[in-house]
Design a protein around this ligand. Structure first.
Ligand code: AMO
Length: 438
């Protein structure tokens, strides 16, 4: 039998005529069909006022009490509402829908653990009911901004001729040294969750020239801080025939582009989340060497010597002096991973940088070693067994171009953009040592 495709065409029975954001004075007197959930209900003598929401806004509706009683509505339930748009006398709304028909589509049967209208709910409570938290305007705004940040960084990197790649997340060797690895059983062998795409993005320099990856990576750090997660999103960049100062220029330009993009494309979300962004004026990111930072700390009576890592307390102090983006460059080689190139004129220093915003590390990167023998020697000097990296080292014997790159913590950048001190605000379902569900 021949199928009649015409008869198979599905008609959406939940077709809305308007999203709430599109309701305007032009529609006064017209009959609209909107779908949304009930945010609040105020029963008056003869009438009931209710506020319905969809993902784009809120609208007041007026019902006669007979309609509402028959529907048996509860807060958060999803309703179909058909009514005539009229001017409203309320202070909060310019318009309202005078409801002609009203039907329950999906009843909210359990008590809501969150108050979707206010921001008073404790973050843990919100994270425990994250899906419902998406009915909070501020949370929605945060994730719309995040979407636009991802969009703009992709756009920028593609314009700069970078190719997007996807590297394995189940791997056989540590990429960032042996610590902080989640181990798993892989058909009776040990495998790990990738800490970063470091080795793969470097290997791609053999032929792809410029690559980037935006993906989640894993660190088994049992740290309970406001800036660390065990699963985080990283924007990784690698380019051939460039060095760390090119990468700093690139990441600075990328961040400025992201700001411009969200300021132009997320006006209402920024108003809700971080209004002071609207008046932002770009300035060039300052660049301090590690030694200059050391001097600043010593001038503030901090006892610290060349070769010591910068502790949180040190970064707090420096961050208080610089509540802005700034680079810390030329770190001691001993503090950097095995793949980082030393300075050509001083082997104690590395061609590396961290990008900070105040006391938050946003990105780190550097020029890479590209000579396989030097890479092998460096591994040995850092107590890393080169035989574990045979495949990787082989690639460096096939004619590896000089290259450089960086990794940027997207969730950390989001902290700055949405002005929060807790990384969990910027991540849908954050994973930390105490949080594996939902
Ligand atoms: P690094 O380990 O410094 O460098 O990571 C790069 C950036 O990723 C973010 N980040 C994190 N964000 C949240 N939670 C975490 N636990 C976490 N760990 C790191 C930070 C950090 O600056 N392969 C190198 C990068 C490179 O050289 O290309 C690397 O992974 O913002």
């Amino acid at each position: 039998m021949k199928l009649n495709l015409k008869n198979l065409t599905n008609k959406n029975k939940f077709q809305r005529t308007h999203l709430i954001r599109d309701v305007s004075s032009k529609l006064l007197g017209e009959c609209l069909i909107v779908y949304g959930w009930i945010e609040r209900i105020i029963k008056l003598k003869k009438l009931t006022l209710a506020v319905i929401c969809d993902n784009t806004g809120t609208l007041q509706i007026i019902l006669n009490n007979e309609i509402i009683n028959s529907a048996g509505i509860t807060k958060n339930s999803v309703m179909k509402i058909e009514g005539i748009l009229q001017k409203s006398k309320s202070h909060e709304f310019d318009f309202e829908l005078n409801v002609k028909s009203f039907s329950m589509i999906s009843k909210a049967t359990s008590h809501s653990p969150l108050d979707s209208r206010s921001n008073i709910s404790h973050l843990d409570t919100r994270l425990n009911s994250r899906a419902l938290d998406m009915r909070n305007q501020k949370t929605v705004a945060i994730f719309k901004i995040r979407h636009n940040v991802l969009l703009s960084i992709r756009k920028f990197l593609i314009e700069q001729k970078f190719i997007e790649i996807t590297t394995p997340k189940i791997i056989g060797n540590a990429t960032e040294g042996g610590a902080n690895l989640f181990t798993m059983n892989y058909f009776n062998n040990n495998a790990y969750l990738a800490q970063s795409p470091q080795l793969y993005k470097e290997q791609m320099m053999l032929g792809l020239d410029r690559v980037f990856e935006i993906a989640t990576f894993y660190r088994a750090e049992k740290s309970h801080t406001l800036k660390h997660l065990n699963e985080f999103t990283s924007v990784d960049i690698e380019g051939a025939f460039i060095d760390y100062s090119d990468v700093m220029n690139l990441i600075e330009a990328a961040i400025k582009k992201i700001y411009d993009y969200i300021i132009n494309n997320c006006k209402s979300e920024i108003d809700i989340v971080n209004p002071k962004l609207q008046n932002l004026q770009h300035t060039n990111f300052k660049r301090f060497t590690y030694s200059q930072i050391l001097e600043k700390l010593q001038n503030n009576d901090i006892k610290i010597e060349f070769g010591n890592d910068l502790l949180d307390s040190h970064l707090k102090l420096i961050g208080n002096m610089h509540k802005e983006f700034y680079f810390i460059t030329d770190w001691p080689l001993s503090l950097k991973p095995f793949y980082i190139q030393e300075q050509y004129d001083c082997s104690e220093l590395s061609q590396s940088f961290d990008l900070q915003y105040s006391d938050i590390e946003i990105s780190s990167g550097g020029t890479r070693l590209y000579d396989s023998q030097k890479l092998k020697n460096r591994m040995i000097s850092q107590n890393i067994d080169p035989t574990d990296f045979v495949n990787h080292l082989n690639v460096f014997d096939w004619g590896m171009p000089p290259h450089a790159g960086c990794g940027m913590g997207l969730d950390r950048l989001m902290m700055v953009l949405i002005d929060t001190n807790n990384i969990r605000e910027a991540v849908l379902y954050p994973r930390d040592p105490n949080r594996l569900h939902p």
